[in-house]
Design a protein around this ligand. Structure first.
Ligand code: GDP
Ligand code: MG
Length: 159
């Protein structure tokens, strides 16, 4: 009973993490997945996917007025992206920290952007910024739903 309740709480927070076309092209899928796995987050969905321009415009609709918007969408549709949902306590906030700052130049070494990229327009990854946006993004990218499973490490990751 207590175990079931603990599992439910740890699965409650989910974040949408996406490796952009430059990250896929540069062979960084494995490195990025590895960091989230090693941290202790649980992968509940993943796929390589080539969405339409309209799909990206929806995903980035908050940025529609920005000058860089059209070229940013051009970049996003150059090839497949690797879409993931990671679950765990504090997954949204910690996921953002693991990615680093939007501009790789401001990202500390040890973060994904700090270690693997240079330009803001080629910053290799996306991560949800709030729990609310995470759920919106998960619904947009994984309408088929995510996978429920119990990690055998659970009791070694959570107190
Ligand atoms: P994020 O949440 O850290 O990814 O940052 P935002 O939501 O503010 O922006 C979304 C994405 O748009 C960023 O990851 C960048 O790829 C791109 N972007 C943001 N600001 C700029 C900019 O000033 N120039 C360019 N070229 N791209 C930008
Ligand atoms: Mg953002």
């Amino acid at each position: 009973q207590a175990q079931t309740k603990m599992a439910a709480m740890m699965d409650l927070e989910r974040t949408y993490i996406m490796i952009k076309p430059d990250g896929v092209q540069r062979g960084l899928i494995g490195d990025i997945v590895k960091r989230f796995e090693q941290k202790g987050f649980k992968l509940v969905a993943a796929k390589l996917y080539s969405p339409s321009r309209a799909h990206f415009e929806k995903h980035y609709e908050d940025l529609k007025g920005k000058k860089f918007f059209p070229s940013m969408i051009d970049y996003m549709i150059t090839g497949p992206v690797f879409c993931m949902v990671w679950a765990g306590k504090g997954a949204v906030k910690t996921g953002r920290k693991m990615l680093g700052e939007t501009n790789p130049a401001d990202s500390l070494p040890g973060s994904i952007r700090g270690d693997f990229c240079i330009d803001i327009g080629r910053n290799i990854c996306h991560g949800s910024d709030t729990v609310e946006n995470a759920e919106k993004e998960i619904a947009l990218w994984f309408p088929e739903g995510t996978n429920a499973w119990t990690s055998h490490s659970q009791g070694w990751i959570y107190e």
